[in-house]
Design a protein around this ligand. Sequence first.
Ligand code: UDP
Length: 327
Amino acid sequence: MKVLVIGGAGYVGSHTVRKLVRSGHEVVVYDNLSRGHRPSVPEGIFVKGELSDREALQRVLVQYGIDAVMHFAAFALVGESVAQPAMYYQNNVSAPLELLEAMRAEKVWRIVFSSTTATYGQPETIPIAESTPQFPINPYGFTKLVFEHALSDYAHAYGFGCAALRYFNAAGASPDGDIGEDHDPESHLIPLVLQTALGQRERIGIFGGDYPTPDGTCIRDYIHVDDLADAHLKALDLLEPSSNLQLNLGTGSGQSVKQIIEACRRITGHPIPTTIEQRRPGDPAELVADSSLAQRVLGWTPRYTDINDIVATAWQWHRSHPRGYAS
Ligand code: UDP
């Protein structure tokens, strides 16, 4: 297919672009480079543009004869969303509604959307299935949920074929070390721990050591970015008019912050000093996916099930790109 990848220069987007190209799809990346990196997408056609620019999107849909859209271009930092909700509602709700309207005008009906575990908020039961009630607890989670609803409504009323893929914690990097995670500022656990191993940070602060978990630190489900990318390709193949899929993407296995740091010590051979700090507001104790529905529907199984292997790919990237794409 001819696939327009909005936000294709970001972390999950760039890994998906690679897989799309290598699977024989024709790819047009559309990104404003506000948070993405041009060097992360050497393959495919690149168009610099805004998600809010409906006319520009319509031109691209027509010019390249686009069959399907993948939308990765959301802001994704919980703390930022609390401090600047206007920015989140603008970029994560208002702007992508322009995308949907551009698609509707040009009769492009397939869309795969990056959604998130943050749409579930603080669920009472673990693992989290798609039937778990969605009660977000921050603007980020709300904006993603609103857009999920927009997709469902467009599927129902206009025949869009939609898949909202709810990621748990995206992690790792392409195993050849060419592309990986590069956020500025970095706020995610594994990159920060690996930056400590590289000597770029003195220590890693653990946000809370008194959670009701076996070692007192938060548990998350870390899913390899290439496994996420694979799920996108499989979802794309499944879309039919009026498809309305919502699927959890995780491994089903939880790792605590301390277990992640231990894995990073094993892989890097660095002692990685730590301190226990205050809890980060809004962090649930445990988020682990039940992704059996995604496995059944997509015929997808995560290939990276060992956290050591996930960390090893991230380490390969950070070691060879100590300043990210600026290296
Ligand atoms: N975390 C931490 N120290 C840090 C960054 C993150 O202890 O410097 C913890 C955070 O509280 C959470 C887990 O690591 O429990 C994963 O956080 P991250 O920001 O990577 O992803 P999130 O779960 O927020 O999507």
